[in-house]
Design a binder for this molecule. Structure first.
Ligand code: FES
Length: 74
């Protein structure tokens, strides 16, 4: 029997949004940001949530999902 944690990670979180794209990444311009680009996690797998740490790549590979971060740009 597989651990519950594995079962949660094996489930995709994006069943229908822009599935033809390799990775769904969007950006929003925010002039008050301290850094030029701040990536926010949308896969719920980041070890630094709410910020993206690149964990979406492992999630996408394991599930066939295509989720990527929301980029807030200055
Ligand atoms: Fe979740 Fe990058 S780690 S979108």
């Amino acid at each position: 029997r597989r651990p519950v944690r594995w079962a949660i990670r094996a489930i995709g979180i994006n069943p229908e949004i822009r599935k033809a794209e390799e990775k769904v990444v969007d950006s929003v311009a925010v002039s008050e940001l301290a850094k030029p680009v701040t990536p926010y996690c949308r896969c719920w797998r980041s070890g630094t949530f709410p910020l993206c740490d690149g964990s979406h790549m492992k999630h996408n590979k394991a599930t066939g999902d295509n989720v990527g971060p929301l980029l807030l740009k200055k």
